[in-house]
Design a binder for this molecule. Sequence first.
Ligand SMILES: [Zn+2]
Length: 175
Amino acid sequence: MHCPKCAIDLNDDVPKCPSCGFCIDDLNADLGTPKEKTGLIMDWAGVISDDAKQKLNGRLQHFATRTGSEFLIATIQTTTPRLPSEYVFWLLNRWQVGGPTHSGLLLLLALQERRIEVEVGYSLERFVTDDAATLILQNHAVPFLKAGDVDGGLFHASDVLARIVEEGLDEEKKS
Ligand SMILES: [Zn+2]
């Protein structure tokens, strides 16, 4: 887990960022209690088509079966009063995506902010660094989103992210 502002490592022993003072408790104060996790896809903004939802759900389920990790997707109208990067960090933590070792990913689309963010749990960061995740979203989600294709953007970005983790785990098993 990293500080969403300065990318310094945060964990249970170091819950407060030594650089900027960011602390997850501050987010709780602003954001309250998260909405319930009801499945693999929480389309709160109502922007994913039914067909795409089915296809995405299949992809995320395949990922879960193959890796034992968890990959969730959420869409939201706005993350106000916080940044999307802070919101996705907070939600991954509050939901305990991927269990206590944070073996999971959470992809978040914030409509009003026009931002797509992914938070990678710390036990998967060896496969997908923050920088790599940013690049993947820029290359595999943003072009679709700019063209108004939310379904395509979410599917391609999550497919690439899932594949990197799947192949990384396979490689580790081999060695
Ligand atoms: Zn910080």
